[in-house]
Design a protein around this ligand. Structure first.
Ligand code: ATP
Ligand code: MG
Length: 651
């Protein structure tokens, strides 16, 4: 381990608390706090109960086999099919004609798929894949915009036992090529284009470029979305989706899969370095996403649930598709940008479909804050009853804004901490039980044994901080990094023997609530004070002039590291030295003088990954005047180039 912990300073104070609204608690799926103790007494029995709510073709013999740690096996000997659990089992009752997916395209077109519709589409496409020679175990790369064919393709792959590898539609041809090669996919599914801010994203061009020359891909299935690449079909290799499914039978037997057969692989977002192909399997993954969807999102029969993530990220896999559909829920999907045609698009969608649950990212919430409350105020959002966030620590100001201006002061906000690797949410409130604190993900989900350790592996108690770990295996845990078992062991299991290392820092408050501090490399060491970038950023965003902030530590001869803050101002605020002085003072006042930034740089935008996370390592490169590291997972490389030009030489 390279970073030393010691105690993280207990810096920011956050005293606001939000107990579950009595009305909410009275109807919550789970409202008895005894579940925590029960689950922790016998986690395997707890998980087996949820697994038992799924449909199995063959029951398991052993709940957990951990004899070959860290390679876990859950529900060993059991057989099931994920597409059967997400579709077929809902067809024999009143859910048959219930909306499974409500989809809206960016231009304003929309479509509703009932469970019965979804069944037919998935079966037809599964038969189509078979006709291309795709067999159980073959990998399929999916490179699609947020169109209904995306979940249909996933479920079709699951139906025939072909693991999918989804590559987010914003990735370049080169990133796509790397991922196709790593997964050795036989088939790629793409589209002629997708809509984003009124423009067409040229997916087919990228797809073609990614398989030029040597490639494992034999066939490309193309969805017609924008009629943008009709002249780009390559005879013998490419086939239109609509042609492929045209004459396929409406039924397709689901393949019985072993609980430990691979369901999918997915590359992490690459915030810290080279993306890793994370492997998830069948029974445990579905159990984890099913259980957490049911309890954390409190899914009810008549909910209209909307997760705004892209399915290209794990959040979309687990909480647009598999978790909600395994619960028989109605899941909303939106293709495009939140500011098209105007900045109220999300809230127009909430009003139009009567969304009851909305799950989004802190980066989006901070953007909405910057735009102002006039946009949500244009719409009747009284249908909402629960809100969620994921992806980064949420600063308390953004949490409270979300609670107030989106939730109308009546909806619990569940801050959910998890990772591509964990498959499902690990730390989050249960909204009918947990008293919320803005900025805290609160408690580990029942059956999850999280802890905070110091460098030596001693457990840190309330009031302290250190490395977040998970002590016991859990059903939806990653089973490996595709093709690289050594990196798997090295990355996750070598810091502490037999304990999962998350790479995130966290603090426990006096009531044992978890406060996530971001990645361990995002901790700044100023004159032996350990300061989390997250806390300085929270203090900055707490100032009314600031829209967004990112902090990093720049090497400093005397102090070890000095804090440098990159700040995006609110739309109407001008840049000046007076603002810089005010912000430095603000941070010192909020946290303490040791947290006062040495430098504050103004940025029009912050460099983010395509999943919307701030890339602090590139800001460190800028502040330390180095050449920029790997930028392939950046959403917009121009942002960091501009900062480099502006500030790159100031040392
Ligand atoms: P890479 O591992 O390739 O660097 P990544 O970690 O950004 O990329 P993901 O698996 O998409 O890829 O993100 C998981 C990480 O996101 C967590 O480890 C954590 O740092 C952060 N995160 C997610 N949700 C939360 C949350 N609710 N609070 C704080 N941090 C969160
Ligand atoms: Mg990660």
């Amino acid at each position: 381990m390279t970073q030393n912990t010691g105690a993280f300073e207990a810096l920011l104070q956050e005293d606001r608390t939000y107990p579950p609204p009595p009305d909410f608690a009275a109807h919550a799926n789970i409202a008895d706090p005894a579940v925590y103790e029960e689950a922790n007494r016998d986690p395997q029995a707890f998980w087996a109960r949820f697994a038992g709510e799924l449909d199995w073709f063959k029951p398991w013999d052993t709940v957990l086999d951990w004899s070959n740690a860290p390679f876990a096996q859950w529900f060993v000997g059991g057989q099931l099919n994920v597409s059967y659990n997400c579709i077929d089992r809902h067809l024999n009752g009143p859910r048959k004609n219930k909306a499974a997916i409500i989809w809206e395209g960016e231009p304003g077109d929309w479509q509703v798929y009932t469970y019965r519709d979804l069944y037919r589409e998935v079966c037809k496409f599964a038969n189509g894949l078979k006709s291309l020679g795709v067999e159980k175990g073959d990998r399929v790369t999916i490179y699609l915009p947020m169109v209904p064919e995306l979940p249909i393709a996933m479920l079709a792959c699951a139906r025939i036992g072909a693991p999918h590898s989804i590559v987010f539609g914003g990735f370049s041809a080169e990133s796509l090529r790397d991922r196709i090669e790593d997964s050795q996919s036989k088939v790629m599914i793409t589209a002629d284009g997708g809509w984003r801010r009124g423009n067409i994203i040229p997916l087919k061009q990228n797809a073609d470029a990614s398989i030029e020359g040597d490639t494992p891909v034999e066939n490309v299935v193309v969805v017609r979305r924008t009629a943008h690449a009709d002249d780009m079909m390559q005879a013998g290799r490419d086939v239109w989706w609509h042609d492929l499914v045209a004459n396929q039978p409406l039924t397709c037997e689901p393949e019985p899969m072993d609980s430990e057969d691979m369901l999918f692989m997915l590359y992490t977002s690459g915030t810290t370095g080279k993306p890793k192909g994370i492997v998830h399997t069948t029974g445990g993954y579905l159990t984890g996403t099913y259980a957490t969807s049911k309890w954390i999102f409190d899914l009810k029969e008549d909910d209209v649930y909307w997760c705004t993530a892209d399915i290209g990220w794990v959040t979309g896999h687990s909480y647009i598709v598999y978790g909600p559909l395994a619960n028989g829920a109605t899941s909303v999907m939106y293709e495009g940008s939140p500011d098209w045609p105007d900045r109220d698009r999300f809230w127009a969608i909430v009003e139009k479909y009567g969304c009851t649950i909305c799950y989004t990212a802190p980066t989006a919430i901070r953007t909405f804050m910057r735009w102002g409350e006039e946009y949500p105020n244009r719409h009747d959002m009284s249908s909402l009853r629960l809100l969620g966030t994921v992806g980064e620590p949420i600063n308390p100001e953004a949490w409270v804004w979300y609670w107030q201006h989106i939730g109308g002061g009546r909806c619990p906000v569940v801050d959910t901490w998890w990772q591509t690797e964990t498959g499902a949410v690990m730390i989050a409130p249960l909204p009918g039980i947990t008293t919320l604190k803005p900025g805290s993900a609160t408690q580990a989900f029942p059956g999850i044994e999280a802890a905070i350790l110091d460098e030596q592996g001693n457990e840190i108690g309330p009031g302290g901080g250190g490395y977040l770990v998970i002590r016991q295996p859990w059903p939806s845990m990653l089973r490996g990094i595709y093709g690289d078992p050594e990196r798997f062991v090295q990355q996750y299991w070598s810091n502490y023997e037999g304990i999962y290392f998350t790479s995130d820092g966290a603090k426990l408050d006096e009531e044992s609530y978890y406060w996530l501090l971001g990645r361990v490399d995002d901790v700044i060491n100023v004159s032996a004070h350990r300061i989390s970038t997250m806390e300085v950023e929270s203090a900055l965003v707490d100032n009314l002039k600031v829209a967004e902030a990112a902090c990093i530590g720049r090497s400093h001869e005397v102090k070890g590291q000095a804090i440098v803050a990159f700040v995006t101002l609110k739309d109407q605020v001008g840049r000046s030295d007076a603002v810089i002085a005010e912000l430095k003072q603000h941070v010192a006042g909020k946290i303490g003088p040791m947290a006062r930034p040495d430098d504050i740089y103004f940025a029009a935008e912050l460099p983010k990954t395509r999943s919307g996370k701030i890339m602090r390592r590139l800001l460190r490169d800028v502040a330390e005047g180095r050449a920029l590291g790997d930028t392939t997972t950046l959403a917009d490389p121009a942002v960091v180039e501009m900062l480099k030009e502006q500030y790159g030489d100031e040392e």
